[in-house]
Design a binder for this molecule. Sequence first.
Ligand code: HEC
Ligand code: HEC
Length: 578
Amino acid sequence: MKIIAAGLLLMNVAFGQTQLRSLRAVPVPEPSGLSEYVRDKASLIRLGKVFFWDMQAGSDGVTACATCHFHAGADHRPQNSLVDPNSPFRVNAELSTVLFPLYLLSDPRNRNSAMVRDSGVRVGSAGTFRRIFEGIVPGQAAELGRDALDKPEFMRGDMQVRRVTPRNTPSVFNTVYYVRNFWDGRAGRTFDGFTVTGANEAEGPGVLVARNGGLERQRVRIDKASLAAQAVGPALDHLEMSYAGRTWPMLAKKLLSLPPLALQKVAIDDSVLGPLARKEGRGLEEQHTYFAMIQSAFEPKFWESSERLNAAGELDPMGEFTQVGHNFSLFWGLALQAYQSTLNSDASPFDRFMEGDSHALTPQEQEGMRLFQNAAGCTRCHNGAEFSAAAFNENGSTRADSFERTGVRPVGDDIGSGNGAFKSIGLRNVEFTGPYFHNGGQSTLEQVVDFYRRGGDFAPITGDLRAFAATPGQTAAIVAFLKALSDDRVRYERAPFDHPELCVPVGHEEDESGELKPGDVATSAAERWRGLAAVGAGGNAAPLQTFDEMLRKFGENGERAHTMNEACTASLASLLGR
Ligand code: HEC
Ligand code: HEC
């Protein structure tokens, strides 16, 4: 037994990093030169977890990163998630099994068979209402904003609904291994402190460093930091978390005036925040302010100055900002990268099998693995420990930086990274992260395997994708293998995948005739809120619901967690800052 395990290990080394293998042995990529900025890594991770889950971060005072990434790192909301940037669509629709797959053929094995349905609709995630930023009120989570009703796509009649992203939300788990992030890879591998693309090489503001009794500008170039670059995108994006026109110093000024996670309970056995959590009530113990957490995570030269600055970061005795506000996007990006770098799921049955436990996979799962690697050709793009050829090699070089066109939609629908190509995304925990593909077009893994079996849907196809023959038993084996990539810690939300409480908006209220009901702001439709309880290191008793189970309403009797039927315990008045 031992000898076989050693043999397997050698084989994996010999065959290089594109061979399937356990993730446990793969070092977590580290951003370059981090010690220039960071004085304590554990504090940085704590700050990142708070940033990720704090509902107060959104302009509306209720939208966190987690609002779209709470379920195995992805979204799991059944209503107001449909969108079609190219054609009219019904806002606030409820998802159901009859919608899927969005592109339906009369014979799913044959791409030339008669088309039954060709829906350009996509499944995305609801962010904020369309509002213009007008200011903050210190101590209040909800910012001031004025409705902007000029774009009709997220309205019914004169009523606005939350806007929905034009792409499906991927999981944030195991994303640190990617060279670049987003479906189209636009979050580059270099973080410049401010931008998603990292293009801010020569121009741009730079961070402010306290030196020689004054403040000096300094360029930031941090390699292997795509997650930091990614994280500065949604925070000011007026579709995801922000009213149009909010700035970093404004977001900083608001958050620095608020107790972290003030609206949310934190489990006292939370694997990261437990020691900081308030024993009674919500949020953290009083001394753990945002400023204190920044102070313990970052080098003083990035926050110690109390000089007044204007919005452009220039010295101004009348200015309303300080150094900590000007450098906030640097703190935000690096902290979120550090937290998300801990969300790696390397303890699946597949990992145990590759480490030598030959009983970790059933014979069916092993057959699926063989098909995945050979007849079905999946490992041409989903390879290595990450199941993605868009991941780093261990020496930090890029493997293939694989963005391929598999023909999910016509090129003109969404050009992705160019020519309709998208990231060869990793497949770990894919059991829980439906719907699938950049458009959320498939609701089950069986549908995905059928898609590959017929060789994709829309020409042209690149990257050596070939149709293959498979019996129903072989299709089932591939699906069984994909499910063996789930980590039980993800399935039950055990550490490090535990989290604070969260309330999420799940669509809008309609009356009997299907009209949207007005909410607190007359032009915004009333909302339906659902809650997720805080969970500590030990996790939930029930496994997470899958997307297909949600569509079929399976598990609402307590057999599944996150059925999106639990009440939100925080009062709506406090949620909305009124
Ligand atoms: C309104 C919903 C929403 C919110 C809020 C949101 N995201 Fe996302 N996230 C998405 C969508 C949609 C995508 C895919 C977008 C694309 O690829 O064009 C995405 C992509 C990502 C990815 C890339 C994953 C990959 O495989 O490429 C990461 C990482 C991520 N988000 C982290 C965050 C963080 C951190 C925050 C908060 C700062 C956040 N998200 C806020 C919806 C959201
Ligand atoms: C030519 C490269 C290539 C091959 C071969 C390939 N894939 Fe993919 N895979 C991709 C790309 C690119 C995406 C994202 C496509 C999109 O969303 O438009 C993807 C997405 C997926 C997804 C959806 C993941 C999610 O989170 O939405 C699954 C599941 C998947 N592939 C499984 C497979 C299986 C199983 C096989 C073999 C039968 C396979 N892939 C073969 C490139 C490939």
